[in-house]
Design a protein around this ligand. Structure first.
Ligand code: DSN
Length: 427
């Protein structure tokens, strides 16, 4: 394990590793990175300041971090099929903030998917910067849980947003980028695709890519893409000197984005994070990763089928991607209670609102769960049947602590056959 001499922290790292190893991590935005990614994160690159961009830094000694960042940028461009990549955003929210900063002014009208219908805070939630600093128009799903493109088009026509954010944290279906482009074009808005949840699926070819359709793509790097915590902003256009301001045109997107990150919002890039992103991007370019992405979806579909057969009400009736959103209203249990009992059994999920949820966000009706991390450990469809049985039993018998402990033991035994990446033994 770790060489850290600080025993308090070392023990906590050990405990967390053990928790992950002996349980089933099913929060759909989480994953298990490779040891190569972890090694890059724990490297001396963390010591280096390098404000600016490769070849244009405000600090000396950047000859190697320049090469690291260039490698990350080149790999991102190739993998996603775009001409420009900024790999410096510290994480997803700062990446999205940079896009607003680049393409809109405070007070401008922007449009995004409501958090409680599957969107993200930075897509215009009233208490987030995106809803406080901008005139945020929020679209919802229809009663069936699907995005309704006609309603979105009407909303855009009515409000003429300057930019439209599309992307989700709890939407189990495919995005139709072409329809979304038409909506954005109808009001001359920039279209921003936040693919944080589905980036790995896009790379694997099991979800359509917005590259060449959306104006800007943002993504975190630690979800289905299976890299370190971090984010990227991708676009096309002609980069010019990021030290000089540029008019807001599509041609200038690279410069607008780069200037929004620095000097607009951030200081020194996290070079250890950039190196780990580069490593993850190389891994994501392999045939094994394509196989992985495709298996994530197969596993999610199988789990959806099994849980539906057991009477669970899945939002939209199933899934096209890596996640399931379950409305527990018919199961006489709240999302928070289910999160708790599943946690006791060793299955980590999160409580989540469902569309038109009658309950409040902190005590919602549903749970959100997904297959990226389990698929990394090598679980396939047949194992999803067992996982569905454990989920069902833990929800049905949520008050039976003895049963939950028995399931926990079964899961602990089961997971010994599915080690975390690089894990041989815990002791
Ligand atoms: N926290 C992320 C998620 O769980 O989906 C979104 O930022």
């Amino acid at each position: 394990m770790t060489q850290i001499q600080d025993t308090e922290i070392r023990n906590l790292i050990f405990k967390e590793t053990q928790r992950q190893s002996e349980g089933l991590e099913m929060i759909p935005s989480e994953n298990h990175t490779s040891m190569e990614v972890l090694h890059a994160l724990g490297s001396r690159l963390t010591d280096k300041y390098s404000e600016g961009y490769p070849g244009m830094r405000y600090y000396g000694g950047c000859e190697y971090v320049d090469k690291v960042e260039n490698l990350a940028r080149e790999r991102a461009k190739k993998l996603f099929g775009v001409s420009h990549a900024n790999v410096q955003p510290y994480s997803g929210s700062p990446a999205n903030m940079a896009v607003y900063f680049a393409l809109a002014d405070p007070g401008d009208t922007v449009m995004g998917m409501a958090l409680y219908y599957g969107g993200h805070m930075t897509h215009g939630l009233k208490v987030n910067f995106s809803g406080k600093w901008f005139n945020s128009i929020q679209y919802k799903t229809g009663e069936d849980g699907y995005l309704n493109y006609e309603t979105m088009a009407d909303l855009a026509a009515k409000h003429s947003p300057k930019l439209i954010f599309v992307g989700a944290t709890a939407y189990p279906r495919i995005f139709d980028w072409t329809k979304l482009r038409l909506i954005a074009d109808s009001v001359n808005a920039f279209l921003v695709a936040d693919i944080s949840h589905i980036a790995g699926l896009i790379v694997a070819g099991v979800h359509p890519s917005p590259a060449g359709i959306a104006d800007v793509i943002t993504t975190t790097t630690h979800k289905t893409l299976r890299g370190p915590r971090g984010a990227m902003i991708l676009c096309n256009g002609n980069p010019s000197n990021p030290l000089k301001p540029a008019p807001r045109t599509r041609e200038n997107l690279p410069t607008l984005i780069d200037r929004a990150i620095i000097p607009g919002l951030q200081g020194g890039p996290h070079n250890h994070q950039t190196a780990a992103i580069a490593v993850a991007l190389k891994e994501a370019g392999t045939p094994e990763f394509r196989e992985y992405g495709s298996q994530i979806v197969k596993n999610a579909k199988r789990l959806a089928e099994q849980l539906s057969n057991k009477g669970y009400k899945l939002v939209t009736g199933g899934t096209d991607n890596h996640l399931l959103l379950i409305d527990l209203a018919n199961k006489n249990i709240t999302g928070a209670e289910a999160e708790h009992s599943l946690g006791q059994a060793g299955i980590t999920v999160n409580k989540n609102t469902v569309p038109f949820d009658p309950r409040p966000p902190f005590d919602p009706s549903g749970i959100r769960l997904g297959t990226p991390a389990l698929t990394t450990r090598g679980l396939k469809e047949v194992e999803m049947d067992q996982v569905a049985d454990w989920i069902d039993a833990s929800i049905k018998h949520s008050k039976d602590e003895k049963l939950l402990m028995n399931i926990r033991s079964e899961i602990r035994e089961f997971t010994r056959s599915y080690p975390l990446p690089g894990e041989t033994t815990l002791s």
